[in-house]
Design a protein around this ligand. Sequence first.
Ligand code: ADE
Length: 263
Amino acid sequence: MTTAILSALPEEQSSLLQLLQKKERLTHAGRTFCRGFLYDQAVVLALSGIGKVAAATTATTLIERFGAQRIVFTGVAGGIGEGVQVGDVVIASDYLQHDMDASPLFPRWELPGYGSARLACDAALSASLLIATRAYLASAVAHFDAKNRAPQAHQGLIASGDRFVATAQESGALRQALANAGHPVLAVEMEGAAVAQVCQDYGLPFAAMRTISDRADDSAHVDFSHFVQQVASRYAGGVVGAWLAAGGVGGTTYADSAPASLV
Ligand code: ADE
């Protein structure tokens, strides 16, 4: 089984890249893919690019060209849920596109053709990633700032859109509008919902971990840059490394368990 590990930023990929064994670098569709083994598991590492279209193209290439059978996303996000603070980690339970609006043809946020606004992540894969996150956060190395409270793991809805949310006014309005519609959202970012949609189309398991780099408020751009340079890489490598080292459990597809003659 080949696991794709998709990162939003080179800083997040770098620690995993350093550990990659039997590394092969390949270029396709203007992107670089690194194939090899991490903790004895076949993986392909890629950068998603920024925004939903770039992420969807990368995810599709991972599946079609590199045979990825499940995708794990590591990245940063703006925390907008109550108590979701810089340095915490959110494991996505499901995803929504906050800039999707085909109303009045479809209800606000509903993905036309999918009958729902929300796309679920794979439960087993997300559960094992959450266990790895808790283990990593409990270790001293995760504490990026001694003044800060102990970082926490959350699991819940993440919203993606082609916007860097950078004012308290915008994040507050988004949180309220989504909550009013029954979508209590923990964090915002710019790619995950697109990858979730591609994985749903192909029937493949998907899970995502997002480290909170900012509060999607007026200081988001400053917090984001600081955090990405100082912390994001350690977290992505720490959590995904812990998850793979523990066996990379979760998200077994039909193809893995079916007799060879049926595959
Ligand atoms: N990724 C990290 N912080 C973000 C924010 N504030 N808005 C959108 N994507 C983000």
